[in-house]
Design a protein. Structure first.
Length: 114
């Protein structure tokens, strides 16, 4: 019975360290700030349309990076370079699907006009 419990607790020798409470709190606070900034800009109509979109895009990109670094631990692990390569490959596939879909829909709308 003791061997059964140890088998579930050991994870086969692969021990990965997770972030500390301090890093989670810092990431959480940065995420909250990066969420509030575009909210305040939009609700108070502080900038023009183009500047507002730019603020939203910049804060969204920063939010993405904060999530990767503080919560998904892309830099951590035995080989963080492989984590980055996998992430870049996933983003490349996502962009291919989105751009391809927009391209196909654009060509279909041109072909549907008579």
């Amino acid at each position: 019975m003791a061997d059964h419990n140890n088998a579930h607790n050991s994870h086969g020798g692969d021990r990965h360290e997770h972030g500390s409470l301090k890093s989670y709190i810092i990431g959480y606070i940065i995420s909250i700030v990066l969420t509030i900034i575009p909210l305040v800009v939009v609700l108070n109509d502080m900038m023009g349309r183009t500047a507002t979109i730019a603020v939203i895009m910049v804060t969204a990109t920063l939010q993405f990076l904060v999530q990767l670094i503080f919560f998904m631990h892309v830099r951590d692990g035995e080989q963080p370079r492989w984590n980055l390569i996998t992430l870049i490959f996933g983003v490349l596939i996502l962009l291919t699907i989105v751009v391809g879909s927009i391209w196909i829909m654009g060509n279909n709308s041109i072909g549907m006009k008579m």
